[in-house]
Design a protein. Structure first.
Length: 229
């Protein structure tokens, strides 16, 4: 019987799989959805992953993460003193700086750093806008690479080498979040994600499944036909 890790994003109207997983990881404001899953499958380990600036500057994300009370909290881009926030229980946490999070990503992609540089050139509306974005990121040491959602996937692959990863709420295309349906903030980063997902090494990509038919068709991921709630 396969063992699974569940990665949850904030795509509107996404569902949760009705099966037991070893751990649930959420990206930014999707932390709110972990509560619903854990109500059904008690004692499931829960890790929330956030982007540093997204957590600090976006009150919609911050309150959802704090109220979710994860077992483990990861900042994938920036050092944050989480002790200053009012979590209801003691949590464990870890912070990557920008250099560390970029280094973490490299082994998953066919061409390592080159894959990420080429992906960042997809970010803007045109080549010159994308080139400006990339040069500025390099100058300030803030090359991001994957979104927080895709970072969750990579982290799951590393932490659980004997498990497959199930995706829900990960759109990999422009659109809002269930808590802010009009937002277009992810539109540019989604183009980077698509490029990088298609550059994943086969041994990693083959372990990724989804319950979302749209994502299955968009990114050619195996669709997992299970009951949802």
């Amino acid at each position: 019987m396969n063992k699974y890790i569940l990665v949850v994003g904030s795509k509107p109207d996404s569902m949760l799989p009705d099966l037991k997983v070893e751990e649930i990881l959420t990206a930014n404001g999707a932390a709110e959805k972990a509560k619903k899953y854990i109500e059904r499958y008690e004692n499931t380990k829960f890790t929330a992953v956030i982007g540093g600036s997204e957590f600090l500057k976006n009150s919609q994300v911050k309150k959802r993460v704090i109220n979710s009370n994860p077992d483990f909290l990861i900042s994938r881009s920036g050092i944050i003193d989480f002790k200053q926030f009012n979590f209801k229980k003691k949590i464990n946490f870890f912070c990557y700086d920008y250099k560390q999070q970029l280094k973490f990503q490299l082994k998953y992609f066919k061409y390592k750093y080159l894959s990420i540089l080429l992906a960042e050139l997809k970010y803007g509306k045109n080549f010159f806008e994308s080139l400006y974005h990339l040069l500025r990121a390099i100058k300030y040491g803030k090359v991001q690479g994957v979104s927080t959602g895709l970072f969750c996937i990579l982290y799951s692959l590393q932490q659980h080498p004997d498990c497959d990863v199930i995706l829900t709420g990960i759109g990999m295309k422009g659109g809002g979040h269930f808590y802010d349906k009009n937002s277009q903030r992810y539109s540019n980063r989604s183009k980077v994600d698509q490029f990088l997902f298609n550059n994943l090494k086969k041994k990693y990509r083959d372990r990724i499944k989804t319950i979302d038919k749209d994502l299955s068709e968009l990114m050619n991921i195996t669709h997992l036909d299970v009951s949802t709630f």
